[in-house]
Every structure is written in structure tokens, then in C-alpha cells.
Design a protein around this ligand. Structure first.
Ligand code: E4P
Length: 217
């Protein structure tokens, strides 16, 4: 499973990049606004730090407007992935871009039928939003399972990018189902490494080692 980090905060991305655990980055207009930085500059800096796909989202609502914006975003770096909304206009833009070999991420997916359309439009990634479905009492993880089933039935190459991930259990469940990628906030990536028994075990080992009076170096 690939891990993408869902943020536009350069310092967070840089510190996680050192761990070797980050395969890509996703941004959206809200994350860019939260960063308070210039969109193009932030995407350029992220694309310098991370060699994998860096999703940059269009804001136009019509196909031609999306394609014009995609033209600008594509020029930022070779690893920029054009993020498009799951609307009919977004799907048309996705088809046009994928026909040209441009990497695309179709976002704001909330149903398996939407995901089916994105695959038919040649999307590189489909982003089903788990957390936002859970928020309205629908089962976000069931959506991941349904998409996996449909994509496997037809051998679609579109990668399932589990998005709107809120906590480590989302990552575990998405991995068990076979989502290709999970994009998550930096705090969730860090939380995956945590276990109280690891901390307790380390404390005991350190205390016992001290008693032994030995050193390794
Ligand atoms: C993914 O591409 C989105 O940026 C993100 O996962 C949305 O997450 P949220 O629902 O927590 O805002």
C-alpha cells in the first residue's frame, strides 16, 4: 500500500519525507488556503521534496476551464497529478487529459457508480472520501470494498486512493480491503507507528541495559 500525505504544510512533508514512508502528496483548495501560501509555489516546493505524485486540484467547474488550469499546473513539475472533481465536466476533462497521458486524480467520490465512471474516463487515481461518508452515518469503508470489487471485475488500472482518512483504523481497514493508496494527515501517519506496549518495552529494555553496565560503542 502506498502512503500519500494529505497536507500543504511544507515542514510536515519535509519531516515525513525523511522517514522514507511518503510515496506522494495530495492537496486540495482548502488545504492550500489553510497554508496561507501561493498555490503554484507550494506545489512546486512539494514536488521538489517528494518524487511521487503530487495532486494539485483545479477550481474551474467546466471542462474547458479545468483543462486551461491543468495546463498551468502540469508545467509546475513532471510529478504533478491533476486533481479533478467527480462531475460530468470533471470526467470529460479527465478523459481528455488521460488520452494525452497526463496523470489524474478524480476527487470527491462518494459512490461506486461514480468510481466506475472515473475508471472509464481513464483516471490514474480515484479518491473515495471515507471520513466524510462516516460523518453522515454512511459506511465509508463499504465504498472502498465496492470499488475494489468492481475494479477487479473489469481489471481497471485506476488506483483506489482512500481519502478523507481520519484515524489509523481507517488505514488498517482500507489496507485489508486492498486499497492501492491511502492519503492521510501527517498526524495519522505518525499515529500508525505508536503502540503503548512498544513504549513500555523500550523503557524496560533501557532500565535493564543500564543495570548491565554495558555499552555497544
Ligand atoms: C483528499 O484528496 C482530500 O484532500 C482529503 O483526504 C479530504 O479529507 P477531509 O474530508 O478530512 O477534509
Amino acid at each position: 500500500m502506498k502512503f500519500f500525505v494529505d497536507t500543504a504544510e511544507i515542514s510536515e512533508i519535509a519531516s515525513l519525507a525523511d522517514s522514507g514512508l511518503v510515496d506522494g502528496v495530495t492537496t486540495n483548495p482548502s488545504l492550500i488556503a489553510k497554508s496561507g501560501r501561493n498555490f503554484i509555489e507550494v506545489v512546486r516546493e512539494i514536488a521538489d521534496l517528494i518524487h511521487g505524485p503530487v495532486s494539485a486540484e483545479v477550481v474551474a467547474l467546466d471542462k474547458d476551464g479545468m483543462l486551461r488550469e491543468a495546463e498551468v499546473l502540469r508545467k509546475i513539475a513532471r510529478n504533478v497529478c491533476i486533481k479533478l472533481p467527480l462531475t460530468l465536466e470533471g470526467l470529460k476533462a479527465c478523459k481528455a487529459l488521460s488520452d494525452e497521458g497526463v496523470m489524474t486524480n478524480v476527487t470527491l467520490c462518494f459512490s461506486a457508480n461514480q468510481a466506475l465512471l472515473a475508471a472509464k474516463a481513464g483516471a490514474s487515481f480515484i479518491s473515495p472520501f471515507i471520513g466524510r461518508l462516516d460523518d453522515i452515518s454512511q459506511d465509508g469503508m463499504q465504498l472502498i470494498e465496492d470499488i475494489r470489487h468492481i475494479y477487479d471485475n473489469y481489471e481497471f488500472k485506476t488506483e483506489i486512493l482512500a481519502a478523507s482518512v481520519r484515524h489509523p483504523v481507517h488505514v488498517l481497514q482500507a489496507a485489508k480491503i486492498g486499497a492501492d493508496v491511502a492519503t492521510m494527515p501527517p498526524s495519522v501517519i505518525r499515529a500508525l507507528a505508536m503502540h503503548p506496549l512498544t513504549d513500555k518495552g523500550l523503557e524496560t529494555f533501557a532500565a535493564d541495559w543500564l543495570k548491565s553496565g554495558q555499552t555497544i560503542i
